[in-house]
Design a protein. Structure first.
Lengths: 321, 329
């Protein structure tokens, strides 16, 4: 239990929650505001992280240039996925997007020469030498840490992520108060009505997908920087489901509900790791991981059954239906 | 699925090693492409019939209960493991163990109706809530199976070397069992839906739940019937997939779920015959795509990707699926 009192541990929980905050913000834009039922959100996190790592390690680009290209790649991938699918009915769209995210993961697992294969980016240059993409990030982080007098690397990371997340959330919040944002919400409420008012539903949805995917891409970059290397297992469909949980926990169609959901999720996720009292002490750590997933699954079921509008959701505007 | 267990001669052993090793070409040294093609078509029919059973179950649930059931993959895993307990732990013959697995899976599916689905329906939960609830349910069931059974791979107590030959084509015992059982069970479901009074009522509910209730159909009882049938089909699909793949672990049902959804969408959500067709087409497409005569052959590890690409191409051409009704768009 002592780990529960350690500052370092909670900083790490904050980092994970912050990455999920940015990631889920993209989903909030797509589903909460525009009604696009994207169940393959994690694909764009993977595309950005891999693009950044591959361009830095293999093409020798500056990591910062590679990162901008990575976010663009995620946005373009969102549009590419959207072109054939946004016209589909919601249930078809949901299943097609989850299939897309699995395709991305299969390719990342099997194209060893491009992605490093199942071992992940550490094998980007082959099995002989360990590849690393985040030297520039580490330099930036220690420079910022010295400038601000922050002690640990993780504290700097947390600060950067939270500041970025607040900025992005403000942008999304403000966007929803523009005519563009109102058109997006109108499409969610009644596609035909929006169309009859001359709104190009198809184009709006593609724009939303591009922006949501770019947000997922930014989250993917932070994920890659924080953990120094990553592999296909980091982008399992479970990550998308966690984002759905966070969005619904916080409340739909509210940008500022996302951090609340992410924090609650982070505490549940990290907290259940320390169930070291009976009867849980009878389980070993792998079993406790399964147990944690059972608890998370039951929480989602409880929310769907008893509080479909989430913690901060506006019942009048948007309820999970 | 379905080719590495045909061990025996040098040629097939070579297949097994290339599958584990280089992924660039599945069958580089085979000199008889036509023979391979026939074998691949047979393998495709085996895979396709397993897909078809699973897809028909998913489609029935959607058609009658308006639910995209993401926990269906875990129903299949549960069926496979329950049959494993019968077959290996208790030493029962595989046919009997399959029956036990099916019935217990049906019990599991049925028990969730009063606990989860009925309360959700009573709250007028829409498609989204139901979909998300089924995802959460899948997570819970899978984690419970992992907790109880551990992630280890299992295989049934059947002779993996027993092979039937028809001309040059080889069929393992498990695969032959799968194809026979699949044809029998799908025919049964088809006759049940088309000819019996319960089947007609189920189709009436699929058309309109409210109108069927007004016409005096006992919707509650028939919902239970649906869960029993689809639970049995899920359990059966799980056991057959386990037999055809020769090994399975607690995650295998979830891995199968996405190709199954692809099959269901390919045929058109809610159309039972569409699901049947979609399953067979996807099984054939994924297996035949590894044939060296087809663009040099796709690496076997890409089979699921081929399934999704087939799906996306089909949806662009026909957004409501092969046999789906146009109103679905």
């Amino acid at each position: 239990m002592s780990a529960l009192l350690s500052v370092d541990f909670w900083v790490l929980v904050g980092i994970v929650a912050g990455i999920y905050w940015i990631f889920t913000l993209g989903l909030q834009l797509e589903f909460g505001y525009c009604g696009l039922m994207n169940f393959g959100h994690v694909a764009f996190m993977a595309i950005a992280a891999y693009t950044m790592a591959i361009l830095t390690v293999k093409a020798g680009l500056s990591m910062w240039v590679a990162s901008v290209a990575a976010i663009a790649a995620a946005a373009v991938a969102g549009v590419m996925l959207g072109l054939p699918t946004v016209r589909l009915r919601a249930d078809y769209f949901a299943i097609t997007t989850i299939a897309f995210s699995e395709i991305v993961r299969y390719v990342a697992t099997n194209e060893d020469s491009l992605t490093g294969g199942a071992q992940g980016t550490i094998n980007l240059l082959g099995a002989e030498q360990a590849a690393s993409y985040n030297a520039s990030w580490e330099r930036f982080r220690s420079w910022l840490g010295d400038a601000l007098g922050l002690g640990t690397r993780d504290a700097v990371m947390l600060l950067v992520i939270v500041v970025t997340a607040i900025l992005l959330t403000t942008v999304v919040w403000a966007l929803m108060r523009t005519p563009w944002g109102r058109a997006i919400k109108a499409i969610r409420e009644d596609e035909d009505a929006a169309q009859s008012l001359g709104k190009n539903v198809f184009a709006y949805r593609l724009q939303v997908l591009a922006m949501g995917s770019a947000l997922a891409g930014i989250a993917g970059l932070f994920y890659a920087w924080q953990f120094s290397f990553f592999g296909p297992v980091d982008f399992a469909p479970l990550v998308t489901f966690f984002a759905w949980l966070i969005m619904i926990l916080g409340g739909l169609a509210r940008a500022w509900a996302v951090p609340v959901g992410a924090l609650v999720f982070g505490v549940i996720f990290a907290g259940t790791r320390f169930f070291d009292f009976p009867p849980f002490s009878l389980l070993d750590s792998a079993d406790r991981a399964y147990f944690r997933l059972i608890i998370i699954g039951l929480i989602i079921l409880g929310l769907v059954l008893f509080r479909p509008q989430g913690i901060l959701g506006k019942r009048a505007e948007m309820v999970l239906q | 699925m379905g080719q590495t267990e045909l061990v025996g001669d040098r040629r097939t052993r070579h297949c097994a090693t290339t599958r584990l090793g280089s992924l660039t070409n599945a069958f580089p040294s085979l000199k008889q492409p036509n023979f391979v093609l026939t074998q691949l078509i047979v393998n495709g029919l085996v895979t396709g019939s397993v897909y078809a059973i699973g897809a028909v179950g998913i489609s029935l649930i959607y058609g009658i209960l308006r639910l995209v059931n993401f926990a269906y993959g875990e129903f299949m895993t549960a069926g496979a493991f329950l049959a494993y307990v019968g077959n290996v732990t208790l030493g029962l013959p595989i046919v009997l163990a399959t029956g036990i697995g099916m019935l217990l899976t049906a019990g599991l599916a049925l028990s969730l109706e009063p606990v989860l689905w009925r309360p959700l329906r009573r709250k007028q939960a829409g498609f989204m809530s139901m979909f998300l609830a089924s995802i959460a349910l899948a997570l819970v069931i899978r984690s419970v199976i992992l907790l109880v059974a551990t992630p280890r791979s299992r295989s049934y107590d059947v002779d993996p070397y027993a092979v039937y030959r028809v001309g040059d084509v080889r069929l393992s015992q498990g695969a032959a069992f799968a194809i026979v059982v699949a044809i029998a069970s799908i025919t049964l479901v088809g006759v049940f839906l088309a000819r019996t009074s319960t089947g007609r009522k189920l189709r009436a509910i699929a058309d309109s739940r409210v109108l069927a209730a007004v016409a005096g159909v006992d919707v509650g009882r028939l919902t239970a019937v649906t869960w029993v049938i689809t639970g049995c089909l899920a359990g059966l699909a799980g056991v057959l997939a386990g037999l055809v793949q020769s090994t399975f672990d607690p995650n295998f049902g979830f891995a199968l779920l996405l190709p199954l959804f692809a099959a269901v969408l390919l045929g058109g959500l809610g159309s039972v015959y569409g699901a049947l067709l979609g399953g067979l087409v996807l099984g054939l497409v994924t297996e035949v795509s590894t044939w060296s005569g087809f663009l040099g052959g796709v690496p076997p590890s890409y089979k699921p990707v081929i399934a999704f690409i087939a799906l996306i191409v089909a949806l662009i051409a026909r957004p409501q699926g092969l046999l789906g009704r146009a109103r679905t768009l």
